[in-house]
Design a protein around this ligand. Structure first.
Ligand SMILES: C[S@@+](CC[C@H](N)C(=O)[O-])C[C@H]1O[C@@H](n2cnc3c(N)ncnc32)[C@H](O)[C@@H]1O
Length: 276
């Protein structure tokens, strides 16, 4: 089977550590849940037949939905082709600033918005998706002279995977996304990282602070008590080790590139926590 791969570069994306992550996936499970799906590295790697995926980032989830509709998917690709041809710094800011006027932005077709999300991801600085408190995309131009916004064969593979299997796509908070998970299902939580120093976590306008990390740990415990297999990735911080002290810790070394300050790039200890 040819597997799809992430079609966007995503902060905290798990492509670089996928082999490590796979080691801790249960051998068998019923429905796969990924409530912080982002670029979907593990989703595509496992390509389960039954899954519920979700992310609070509405623009990203809109791309997944467009990929599930053949006509819209084709239209999105032709918009992307025209964006590639028009690519320049001025054009980037024109597309980026479309979300400054919510009335006109909300009237854009879903496939045009999906093309905008992919284009900005490829053309912005360092492939970040970051918004301010008004939910306006605010990453500067990446200074590339030319951008390749998509790999056609991968998008077709991803689209076939999403449409030919039982994949539910939601754009809701993680707690809501896993509410129907049952004994024997598998939930993989990959939240924005906790940090003792303040790393990037502005994927959505609300951010993801310590209270969100605590709420997530409660949901983890609740799923555990229901007999769901639960796996979670996070950084090894004092809060994380306290919140999950009753579970199993597996340490992996992850190379992270998303910090724009070159000096801060490097190895960070990443944890995989499981209840099995
Ligand atoms: C570390 S990233 C996930 C990366 C993903 N596993 C991958 O391989 O690309 C965390 C994701 O959580 C999403 N997110 C933030 N707050 C959320 C919430 N309350 N509920 C659901 N998703 C949320 C962000 O939009 C972001 O895509």
């Amino acid at each position: 089977m040819i597997k799809g791969k992430p079609f966007v570069k995503w902060a905290g994306g798990k492509r670089q550590v996928i082999d490590e992550l796979k080691k801790y996936v249960p051998e068998e499970f019923d429905v796969y849940y990924e409530p912080f799906v982002g670029g979907g590295a593990l989703l595509f790697e496992l390509s389960p037949k039954k899954a519920v995926i979700s992310d609070l980032n509405k623009e990203l989830i809109n791309v997944y939905s467009v990929l599930c509709d053949e006509e819209k998917f084709k239209k999105m690709c032709s918009v992307l082709n025209s964006y590639e041809a028009s690519h320049s710094e001025k054009f980037f800011y024109e597309i980026r600033n479309k979300d400054r006027n919510k009335n006109t932005f909300n009237r854009l077709s879903d496939y045009t918005r999906a093309a905008r999300t992919i284009y900005l991801n490829k053309a912005c600085f360092n492939g970040l998706y970051r918004v301010n408190s008004k939910n306006e995309f605010n990453v500067p131009f990446g200074k590339k002279l030319k951008v390749n916004t998509y790999e056609g064969s991968n998008l077709i593979t991803v689209s076939n995977y999403l449409t030919m299997n039982d994949i539910k796509i939601l754009g809701v908070d993680f707690e809501e996304a896993v509410k129907d998970a049952k004994k024997g299902d598998f939930v993989y939580f990959d939240p924005p990282y906790d940090s003792d120093t303040g790393t990037f976590n502005s994927y959505t306008e609300g951010g993801f602070g310590k209270d969100e990390q605590r709420r997530l740990a409660e949901v983890f415990k609740e799923l555990d008590s229901r007999g769901v297999y639960v796996m979670l990735s996070n950084h090894n911080t004092s809060l994380v080790s306290e919140l999950y002290k009753d579970y199993n810790f597996h340490r992996i070394e992850a190379k992270r590139n998303i910090n724009s300050n070159g000096k801060k790039r490097g190895k960070i200890e990443e944890l995989i926590i499981t209840n099995y």
